[in-house]
Design a protein around this ligand. Structure first.
Ligand code: AMP
Ligand code: MG
Length: 402
């Protein structure tokens, strides 16, 4: 297939991607960003016991029905309980227990009066108003009831979810294996940062850009480095990774130039071509293929094209390979603060900065696919449909938030 729509490209790749079968058990403290591999239910109520929500006195509400400021209820303080203690006895009518926030409600009591509202003299507590049954009373299971589905398989463990698992005493969690990605960049013009710059050469910025994104997405990335513009050598390099990768991700060599080796490489691998060319600018020349159990995505070498197609096409695929549901991009309509004086024959994505406070979107001066610097500080892509004319400031556009 050639020149397919972006949405179709994503669908095709997602249909080919296997949800990871391998799982692993890891310490909860290392689980941030990982995908949960099984449903998690609550083993017990949390909090596990009825408790006091404040510092005060646990009492029997019925003892205070006639209490007034002038004629307070007088209760004998029989002890004290801090959070973590456990008062094993029972409280009888006419008695009270000093209790701190988080302390287990002692047997017999059904309310807590705030410390600030009482007076204490000679071991006696004076309660100046009546309390209701279960006033200032926190029930066992108020946060989580035993058996509640806490986190579903496929959800990503973020800080609140990790906190919830900890509240259930889980020290370990079963998660999907990280997606294994092999990352390389084709191009005889490429140098690795650290090497001296020489005439005709540029640094391999794509590799670092994408490695950083893969790290953010929680992938296990194997860096192949620079892949020469030689089909045999390139195919050999990629083939050697097939058994250890879910995805071969490369940039460069996918257009129609003399050194655009990826077309030849997939024949040599051998791999089945899924599609070439996606109806969008930047990044039209893009190749997707399948070799054995590994998928391949070869993006344009132009850094901003590589970045855009990575976000729009590779990222949903990586989500699926990680066992999580691909997150749709939030979309908003926003007014342009700048003109965009080019008409768009085909669908075009423009790097942009969306300002939440004003609901407006601005476009940096430089937006060619070969330039990366102006993408710094951008948080959005403007999605211009094919056939959009020149745009002026104030025009409303569709904005996709990255
Ligand atoms: P290609 O897609 O191989 O035709 O490359 C398109 C443009 O992107 C050329 O100007 C390349 O020099 C440049 N390019 C290719 N790969 C990289 C890379 N890894 N980092 C930075 N620029 C690149
Ligand atoms: Mg090239």
């Amino acid at each position: 297939m050639e020149g397919i729509e972006l949405e179709q490209a994503v669908e095709l790749l997602l249909a080919k991607a296997n949800v990871p079968k391998k799982t692993e058990e890891i310490p909860l403290s290392e689980a941030l960003g990982r995908t949960l591999a099984e449903d998690m239910r609550a083993d017990f109520d949390n909090p596990p016991f009825d408790r006091s929500p404040l510092d005060g006195y646990a009492i029997i509400a019925a003892d205070t029905v006639d209490a007034t400021r002038e004629k307070p209820a007088r209760l004998r303080i029989v002890g004290e309980e801090c959070a973590g203690d456990f008062f094993a006895g029972a409280i009888n009518s006419g008695e009270a227990l000093r209790i701190m926030t988080g302390g287990a409600m002692p047997r017999g009591t059904d309310a807590v009066i705030r410390q600030e509202d009482v007076t204490v003299a000679d071991g006696m507590l004076e309660v100046p108003y009546p309390l209701r049954h279960h006033e200032n009373y926190c029930f066992a299971g108020e946060d989580i009831k035993q058996g509640t589905l806490l986190i579903r398989q496929g959800e990503v463990l973020d800080a609140p979810r990790i906190g919830v698992l900890a509240s259930q005493g889980r020290a370990k969690v079963k998660v999907c294996r990280r997606p294994r990605i092999v990352l390389g960049g084709t191009g005889d013009e490429l140098l690795q940062p650290g090497e001296p710059l020489s005439p005709g050469k540029i640094y391999n910025s794509n590799l670092y850009l994408l490695a950083a994104r893969l790290q953010e997405l929680g992938a296990e990335t194997r860096i192949l480095g620079i892949i020469p513009d030689d089909p045999e050598e390139a195919a050999e390099k990629l083939r050697s990774c097939l058994d250890r990768a879910d995805l071969l991700l490369t940039t460069g060599g996918v257009s129609v130039g003399k050194k655009d080796v990826m077309h030849e490489v997939i024949k040599l691998l051998p791999a089945q071509r899924l599609f070439w060319g996606v109806q969008m600018k930047p990044g039209y020349p893009m190749l997707a293929y399948a070799a054995e159990n590994t998928l391949g995505v070869a993006l344009s070498g132009n850094p901003f094209a590589a970045y855009t197609t990575f976000e729009l096409i590779a990222r949903p695929l990586i989500d699926k390979l990680a066992g999580r549901t691909p997150r749709p991009f939030p979309r908003v309509r926003a007014a342009l603060t700048d003109a965009f004086p080019k008409a768009s024959h085909g669908r075009r994505f423009i790097r942009a900065h969306y300002e939440i406070a004003t609901g407006t979107v601005s476009i940096p001066g430089q937006h060619s696919s070969g330039s990366l610097f102006s993408a710094v500080g951008c948080n959005a892509l403007i999605d211009l449909p094919a056939g959009t004319g020149k745009l002026k400031a104030g025009d409303k556009v569709e904005v996709l938030l990255l």
